[in-house]
Design a protein around this ligand. Structure first.
Ligand SMILES: Cc1cc2nc3c(=O)[nH]c(=O)nc-3n(C[C@H](O)[C@H](O)[C@H](O)COP(=O)(O)O)c2cc1C
Length: 289
């Protein structure tokens, strides 16, 4: 939160274009006579719109010193068609190789995640990158064991008669969980598929939009992974096990406390690469004009 006087307009640089007045969500900038002034600095959400819109660098914001403000030209952006191809080419690729992921690629994937928007610019968005093979194995063990407990609970004659007919789908899933456990016990990892790394995205427990924030960050990161030629998939099984994790075992495995993990990405270099993309459903939408 900004204190009074921390946000400043350099009057000698200001050309009174009022862009800051128009752009600021918190309505901190206002025109009085021939001058642009600031008020209610405490309501600033530090989104940086004011410094990014000012054509004369006349706004002094403590969160955004000149080293954190970067100009870009439209030609620096990917063309819309290129972006569309990237989005269509991005796939979940589980054909992982044993090759190491370049350090620089991991950094860019995390930078992309953290470039995502957050509700009310809370920036309550955090990452943990797991590369330790033992910890990766613990994550898989945690997931497989969580599901196996459900299997044991439901897979008895009484539960079968009680739920059987109506829960056919659940029993197909139970068979899958049993299979995961059997193959885990014989050294196969159907959860992380021998990923070299897992990137978890989390926020504090009390974040109102933690789930949304983290999953937007995930999508940024997955597109960056695709652009860098790094294979990834969403660790949905881990997330489903996490939903049953009352004792916060996963947090303990990762050394985290009082946080909520909302998304996870398994990462490795690909053993196979997609050279085609397939069309999904035809575009269909309601157009309420
Ligand atoms: C919420 C969510 C959970 C997922 N969980 C898993 C998972 O646990 N394991 C896995 O291999 N893929 C998982 N996936 C990947 C989907 O299977 C995949 O996105 C879908 O089959 C479409 O393929 P594509 O990502 O290549 O377009 C998940 C995807 C989403 C969006």
């Amino acid at each position: 939160m900004l204190q009074k006087g921390e946000l400043e307009i350099k009057d000698e640089l200001c050309i009174r274009c009022q862009r800051c007045v128009r752009i600021c969500l918190a309505e901190i900038f206002y025109k009085e006579g021939n001058r642009i002034l600031v008020r209610n600095e405490q309501s600033c959400i530090a989104c940086g719109h004011c410094v990014a819109i000012c054509p004369k660098d006349a706004i002094v914001h403590p969160a955004f010193p000149p080293s954190k403000v970067h100009g870009f030209a439209p030609s620096d952006l990917p063309e819309a068609r290129q972006l569309m191809t990237l989005m269509k080419a991005r796939r979940s690729n589980r054909a992982f190789s044993k090759q190491e992921i370049p350090e620089e690629s991991l950094k860019m994937i995390m930078e992309a995640a953290l470039a995502a928007p957050t509700a009310r610019n809370s920036r309550d968005l955090h990452l943990v990158l797991v590369r330790n093979p033992q910890v990766l194995q613990e994550i898989t063990r945690f997931t497989v064991e969580t599901f196996y407990k459900v299997v044991k609970l439901l897979d008895n004659a009484f539960a079968r008669t009680l739920l059987g007919g109506s829960l056919k789908e659940a029993y197909v899933l139970l068979a899958k969980f049993k299979e995961q456990k059997r193959r885990f016990d014989s050294g196969e990892d159907l959860i992380l598929r021998d990923a070299k790394a897992v990137l978890f995205i989390y926020s504090s427990k009390q974040s109102r939009f933690g789930k949304e924030d983290c999953n937007l960050a995930y999508q940024n990161a997955s597109l960056m992974a695709e652009a860098l030629g790094v294979a990834q998939f969403y660790t949905g099984f881990v997330m489903a096990a996490l939903a049953r994790d009352k004792k916060e075992r996963l947090n303990a495995i990762l050394g985290l406390k009082d946080v909520k993990i909302h998304a996870g990405m398994a990462l490795a270099m690909p053993a196979l690469k997609f050279e085609k993309y397939v069309e999904r459903e035809d575009m269909d939408y309601l157009d309420l004009r």
